[in-house]
Design a protein around this ligand. Sequence first.
Ligand code: G6P
Length: 499
Amino acid sequence: MTSRINSPMIVVSNRLPFILKRNQDGVLERHHSAGGLVTAVAPVVIANRGTWVGWPGIQMNSESEAIPEASADDKSPTSGLKSEQVECVTVAKELFDPYYNGCCNGTFWPLMHSMPDRAVFSAETYDAYRKVNEVFAQRTVMALKKCLAKLDAEGHMDVAPLVWIHDYQLMLAATMVRRACEEEGLRCKMSFFHHIPFPAWDIMRLFPWDDEILEGILGCDLVGFHIDDYCINFLDCCQRRLGCRVDRTRFLLELDGRTIHVKSLPIGIPYDHFAEMGRSAPKILKEKNQKIILGVDRLDYTKGLVNRVKAFERLLEKHPEHVEKVTFFQVAVPSRQDVKEYQQLKEEMDQLIGRINGRFSKPNWSPIRYIFGCISQEQLSAFYRDSAVAIVTPLRDGMNLVAKEFVACQDLSDPGVLMLSPFAGAGGTMQEALIVNPYELDDVAEKMHRALEMPFDERLLRMKHLQRREKLNDVNFWVSSFLQAMGMLPCDLNNNAHN
Ligand code: G6P
């Protein structure tokens, strides 16, 4: 069900909810981009006459180049989003590169994942980050003005639109928007949701301009994170670095006489959609008595892929009974290939998998099947359903939706086993998974063995609980919890989820 709210919403995220590509004739076309955020938030924007501000994924010819409408056969959640509801951010490549590859993915991504050794601190790329945040803020203010003009013309002078800014790419935008609103007398409510971990204060302070980042986020009225730990880290940073007064029981803080609410709002998935995909996807063709251990991730060093592959090698060494019986199937979706760390990881994976396959392969069996690329949603759902084990072992991860998608696709007549890292946000709530520390390779190998051998009754019990929780706490619940926290929904719309 799409949430009806009493005021329009302006969503601001680095990426638009669809990607633009040019066809052979140079004409722009919309392409669907998957993901829980898009699935859940786009319908709210559409239903409430909102706007989405973001980057289209390609270089536009000019600022005024028109965004195409969705094609007639577009069945994606964004098909109802009219081009007038899209505010497209265009930034010259010379500025976008140091912002996106440099500061967002070369600095903040590793820093926020508590991997400071991988982070590059550069005044130059941070300057690009400031400038691009300024462009997003200007576009947001433009969208806000249009919105207010419509509301005023209809006599709704008492309605304040909601500006909802997303993620680490845009941590300065809120304060920039607030400043413009104060100067120009514009009304709005503002919130920020951080989709990745927020690190402890002594990691955050390694960033030379951390105070500016914290103040940037605090331009909002509500700051959301997936789990309490990230909220607590953020409160700590604001207290110790900015000297804010903090209420740790109610997650409130004060800055310049304003009160800012901090709240954990764990995101979910479109559960029913995945459950349906799990029911309808064609069966995976396996050899008799063959089992699959499945991994699905963006190719990112935070996902723990190297450790996982090494642990699988140990499984084959220590439990040779699995040779020719078990295949490790890893899908690694290409990501951020312009960043050096990502290129190096690709090479390391290629070599490691080549070596292990060379060592253990038999004429009719290879231990590891590895796809560097994407598979269709239908194929993915089939693998989720038919794999004996899903291994989700990031070294650190904001939430991790693969764990949830796997659970949603399971068929309880022969449930699989979820192996999950405690260092993913999901590790805190999905307690019935086999929790495993990805750094402890021997234990990962032993838990793989245990998962492969787990009796039916235990698999069923664990999976039933996991499914129940994820169904209750799906992505629609996340959106309505957020809207309620912003005072946008009547309380009784919010229900009883969490456990
Ligand atoms: C994470 C981030 C998102 C980001 C996504 C893909 O999930 O939280 O903000 O969009 O990774 O990364 P990319 O750099 O391709 O947008």
